[in-house]
Write a new protein. Structure first.
Length: 456
């Protein structure tokens, strides 16, 4: 009996600490106006659900910090499957909540039929569950894959760090506002205001630290080895530390797969889509039936449309995908096969002539492109050429002035003709200098990727 009382007292203390941590989040309406508003749409696309949200749960109420498909800011906590998620150490998947034995509440606070549910808890540094990151549908569907649940868990960690950092900035901003008011009455508070401002800067640095952590993850996915029979130079510049541009350079023995891809979006959303795209290419490269460049794009196109549930134009909420190009260097044939999605590749011959190879005018993964669309392949013998693959962040650079103009494909082609007799490294370096000189102080507006290679 005494042990049961001790256990009850301990659980009560834990709940008090948990409610205090939620109270410390400050004004929830300010959190609702932050960039976490984009996350529910990503969850819907990732899980293929009708509705998704980010919520915190206090003693009696579930507050939505961000939602898509729910049209609510809060509901009673009783009757919500997020209660069970709060008690879970990892992901919770329920195939039919209305028929689940754990559903002890007849009331439905969501006012919509709940069938499928998948969620993960938002755990703070003290190990306390503040809330949930979840998706739900009114119809049955297949459980998420292990890869989807891993992405969902990673997203919950990033969201938790973002919420806590924003709450800290909010608290420190209030302190600064109070101190600024007192500073009007006494100059002695000047040093204290400066100290509080420093704390705000430190809080902002914590936010950037989280993004830099995501950058290290994205960098870890990029190729590290270059085949010995290729001379390669790579320019990769995300606009916001992390981004949607990626490149692939994979030696498969008889073939080498080379791709430059521009995924939809910038920053964290673009980086998440680039991770999904990279995983789709890994699966394609493991398929022995996939051999030509067009077959690679076709296979990845189908995988991405299935992962993001892009099957119905009227019902799908996702139009994400990528534009880009892919080359397969076939060592035995001494030739390349080329395919592209709304992109092209420039080929510099030994005499300085620049040829543009174009592919299909369709994006990979777009809801407007049919699932069974087959991308075409072009073949080309390998001689002493330099192959230039790039995203539109290279050609869309603007110059200064009242009527700024694009750097454009014409300027890029002229620069390539000038440096055609140099190595890929010198060509890439000189193109980079030409772009920087062209834009001056005009800020960049997109991720930049350029991969230049030559067969030795």
């Amino acid at each position: 009996m005494e042990t049961e009382l001790d256990q009850a007292a301990l659980l009560k203390q834990i709940e008090i600490k948990r409610l205090e941590s939620i109270s410390n989040l400050g004004n929830l309406d300010k959190l609702r106006k932050s960039e976490i508003q984009t996350v529910p749409a990503l969850i819907k696309n990732l899980l293929g659900v009708e509705a998704a949200g980010i919520s915190v749960l206090d003693e009696n109420t579930q507050h939505f910090l961000a939602e898509s498909g729910l049209d609510k800011t809060e509901v009673p906590r009783a009757g919500s499957p997020c209660n069970l998620t709060m008690q879970s150490e990892g992901a919770l998947v329920i195939e039919n909540w209305e028929q689940d034995a754990r559903n002890g509440e007849p009331e439905n606070p969501f006012e919509t039929e709940r069938c499928f549910y998948a969620g993960v808890p938002l755990i703070n540094p003290e190990g306390l569950a503040m809330g949930t990151l979840f998706g739900m549908s009114s119809n049955p569907q297949d459980p998420p894959s292990a890869e989807q649940l891993e992405l969902l868990a990673g997203l919950s960690r990033m969201v938790t760090e973002k919420i806590l950092a924003l709450a800290e900035v909010q608290q420190l901003s209030k302190q600064i506002a109070r101190l600024n008011l007192k500073a009007k009455l006494s100059n002695n508070l000047t040093k204290e205001v400066a100290r509080q401002r420093q704390l705000v800067e430190e809080a902002r640095e914590e936010i950037h630290k989280s993004i830099r952590s995501a950058s290290r993850i994205q960098n870890a996915l990029l190729p590290k080895k270059i085949p010995a029979d290729l001379d390669v130079s790579i320019l990769w510049k995300p606009l916001n530390i992390v981004g949607g541009d990626i490149y692939i350079l994979e030696d498969l023995g008889d073939d080498v797969v080379i791709a430059v891809l521009d995924c939809t979006g910038h920053g964290v959303p673009g980086a998440l889509l680039s991770t999904i795209t990279s995983a789709a290419f890994d699966r394609a490269m493991d398929d022995p039936e996939v051999k030509t460049a067009g077959e690679y794009l076709t296979t990845v196109h189908r995988l991405i449309k299935n992962i993001l549930n892009q099957h119905n134009k009227t019902e799908s909420t996702s139009d994400e995908g990528f534009d880009g190009s892919i080359c397969i260097y076939h060592r035995n044939k001494k030739a390349i096969s080329f395919a592209s999605a709304r992109n092209s590749m420039l080929v510099i011959s030994g005499n300085g002539e620049v040829q543009e190879l174009k592919g299909d005018r369709k994006s990979v993964g777009s809801v407007r492109v049919p699932l069974d669309y087959a991308f075409s392949t072009r073949q080309m013998p390998v001689d002493d050429q330099i192959f230039v693959m790039y995203t539109d962040g290279i050609t869309d650079v603007m110059n200064e002035g009242e009527n700024p103009k694009l750097f454009g494909k014409h300027q890029l082609t002229k620069s390539l003709q000038i440096w055609s007799d140099h190595s890929p490294q010198k060509v890439a370096n000189n193109i980079s200098i030409a772009i920087e000189n062209y834009r001056g102080t005009e800020p960049l507006k997109d991720d930049q990727t350029m991969l230049i290679f030559r067969v030795k």
